[in-house]
Design a protein around this ligand. Sequence first.
Ligand SMILES: Nc1ncnc2c1ncn2[C@@H]1O[C@H](COP(=O)(O)OP(=O)(O)OP(=O)(O)O)[C@@H](O)[C@H]1O
Ligand SMILES: [Mg+2]
Length: 431
Amino acid sequence: MSDTPSNSEKKEVIRVLLVDDIPETRENLRKLLAFESDIEVVGAAATGREGIEMARETQPDVILMDINMPDMDGIAATEIINKEIPVSAVVIMSVQEDAAYLRRAMQAGARDFLFKPISGDDLYATIRKAYDLHRATRERFQRAAQAAPEATAKKAERLGKIIVVYSPQGGAGCTTVATNIAFALMREDTRVLLVDADLQFGDVEVFLNLKAQTTIIDLLDTVDDLDEELVESILATHDSGLRVLLAPHHPADADKIKNREDMGKLVEKLAMMYDFVVVDTQTYIDDGLISLFDVADRIVLVANPTLPSIKNARLAFDVMDALEYPPEKVVFVLNRMQSERERGRISAEAIENNLKRKVEGQILLDEKTVISAVNRGVPVIASNRNRSPAKDFIELAAHLRSILSEREEEEELEEPEQVSRKSRGLRLFGG
Ligand SMILES: Nc1ncnc2c1ncn2[C@@H]1O[C@H](COP(=O)(O)OP(=O)(O)OP(=O)(O)O)[C@@H](O)[C@H]1O
Ligand SMILES: [Mg+2]
C-alpha cells in the first residue's frame, strides 16, 4: 500500500463508486483499485442516472464520474449528487480536450478531476485527497442523517422538475403552452408527465384526443399511499407516448375533491416518478392552485400582447411577489405574438418595459397551425419544427430544460415552509 491513513489508529476504508459508460474503463479502474487495501469499490454504474441510484443506495465516500455519458452527462449527475447525496465527494474523469467542461464540473460541485488515461498513482492519490477534503462535509451529513433519517430520505427521492403553466386570463393559451412544452421536453431519456389540473374545465383530454375513465380524482383520494403501479393504471397515454393525468370529466366532479391543497403534494409525488411534470392550470386562484405554485420549480406565466392580458399579468406578478417567490421562479411567456409586419402590434420589448419583467419566451399567433393541431389531437410541434410557432415551443422547452438543470443555489429559498404557506394564503385572500 502506498499510503497510510493519517489520523486514526483504526484503518479507514474509502468506499468508491465508479460511473462510466465504457465497460473496459470500469474494469480497468476496478483492477487498479483492487491493489489498495484502504479502498473498496462498492459499485460500478454505466450511466449517470444509474450512478445516482447506486449512490443513493451505497452512500459512497468518493464517486469517480465520467463526463461524457449518453443518458445524463457527468456534470448533471454531479449536480444532483451534490444536492441529494452530499456525503459523497465526486471526482470527474475526462480527457484533456474536455478541459472547458471541467470548470462547469467544479461549479457543479466536483471535488477534483482526473485526466484519462489514468495512472494508478494518480488515481490513489486523488481518491485519498478527495476523501480527506470532504471529511468535514461527510461527517456533518452523516450525523444529520443519523439524527433525522426520514428527512434525508425524503429529500433524496425527488428527481423530477415541476413546471406549472398558468395564465391569469382565460383563453390566453395556457393549455396550448402546457401541452406543447410537455411534448417538446420528451426524449428517449426523459420521462414526461402532463397533468391537467384545471379541475373544472380541463381541456387536455380534448386537445390531445384522449379517452380514459380515470382522472386526477382517483389519485387525490389516495395521495398518501401512492405507488408507481397505481399511478400508471390511472394515466392516459397519447399516441406519441406522452403520459397524461386527466382532469375530472365533469365540472361537478371537482366538488368531490375534499382537499384541493393535496394537489401540490400529489404533483410532488409524481415528480419522483417522472423527470418533468408539466401542469396545466385554471385561471382562478385558490388554495389548490397555490399548492401547485408552491411545489413548482418554475411557474410559466402565459399572457397575450393585449392590454387586458398585460394588466392581468401584472396582477399575477403581484400575487407571485405576495407569495414571496424569488423572481426567477416565474418564467414570463407571451403567446399569440403577431408578426412584425402587423400594424398596431404590441412588441415584447414594450411589454417588458411596462411590466419591468423579462420575457423568456414568445410564441407566434398562427390560427391555422394551432387549430388544425388541436382538431387532429396532435401537438403543434409536430408541424414544421423549423418554423414558428412549433419552433417557439421547442425553444421554450429547451430554455426550461436548461435553466432547470443549472445549479440552483436558491433551491432552499424555493422550498416553502408549510406553516407560513397558510398565512400567506390568508393574506392573499384578504385575511
Ligand atoms: N399561438 C396561438 N396561435 C393561434 N391560436 C392559439 C394560439 N395559442 C392558443 N390558441 C388558440 O386559442 C384558444 C385558447 O387556447 P387554450 O385553450 O390553450 O387557452 P387556455 O388559456 O388554456 O384557455 P382556458 O381558459 O379555456 O383554459 C384555443 O382555441 C387555441 O387553439
Ligand atoms: Mg386551458
